[in-house]
Design a protein around this ligand. Structure first.
Ligand SMILES: *[C@@H]1O[C@H](CO)[C@@H](O)[C@H](O)[C@H]1NC(C)=O
Length: 214
């Protein structure tokens, strides 16, 4: 009896420890007002923190959409904006040419709130039941993409479009399945791709050559 109680206590301690370790891997709740990252990854000493640590012009300018997707994402995450460190938020600006597409991708560490600044954008995400939820949104309108789910943004308007993607993570991460399949280093084995896509090697090679530059 005593030994059973002891082992259940040990199990509970182990679960707590696992939860603490898992917690350390996600965006923490801040333990202090701020922790501006210094280049070594520690907090900058408070005496050295200046107004500009809390400022970024990273997304102030339009980015070139002269690429095959007609889209360009400009990120203000902790790697370019150290003041975001430990705060659990970040933002990306996306410029879309007419017909431009931010191709299907997901963010493993964040939900995403999309707000259109100008133009008309179709936002859609796929649930884990493969149901597609989508809507065309316009200036100042919002659409939310739940954490980790695959989504896309397509410019359905006549002119350029710009939207903001706001994240509940200082570093949401991006996984784009087309790149994760066709432009990995080293290359994904041919057999994995032919079997995944039910295609022949010639078709896979054609896809690979399209994605070679990304
Ligand atoms: C995105 O925009 C920047 C700034 O205009 C540009 O330097 C970069 O080449 C663009 N990226 C793509 C993929 O077009």
């Amino acid at each position: 009896m005593a030994s059973a109680a002891r082992s259940s206590l040990a199990l509970r301690a182990l679960l707590l420890l696992a939860a603490a370790v898992a917690g350390a891997l996600s965006d923490p709740t801040p333990l202090q007002d701020f922790c501006v990252a210094d280049p070594q990854g520690a907090c900058k000493p408070a005496s050295a923190v200046v107004d500009d640590d809390f400022f970024s012009a990273a997304i102030a300018s339009a980015a070139s959409t002269a690429n095959p997707f007609g889209a360009n994402s400009t990120r203000a995450t902790v790697s370019t904006f150290p003041g975001l460190n430990t705060l659990g938020v970040s933002i990306t600006r996306v410029d879309l040419a007419p017909g431009g597409l931010n191709p299907p991708h997901s963010h493993p560490r964040a939900s995403e709130l999309v707000m259109v600044l100008s133009g008309e954008v179709m936002v859609g995400f796929t649930s884990s039941a493969n149901l597609l939820y989508s809507k065309v949104i316009r200036e100042n309108e919002l659409f939310v993409v739940p954490r980790g789910l695959q989504h896309f943004q397509l410019n359905t308007g006549a002119g350029d479009a710009v939207f903001l993607a706001m994240f509940d993570s200082q570093s949401p991460g991006v996984v784009t399945p087309t790149f994760a399949m066709f432009s990995t280093k080293p290359a994904m084995p041919m057999e994995v791709l032919t079997k995944t896509f039910l295609m022949g090697e010639d078709e896979v090679s054609a896809m690979r050559s399209k994605f070679a530059g990304f």
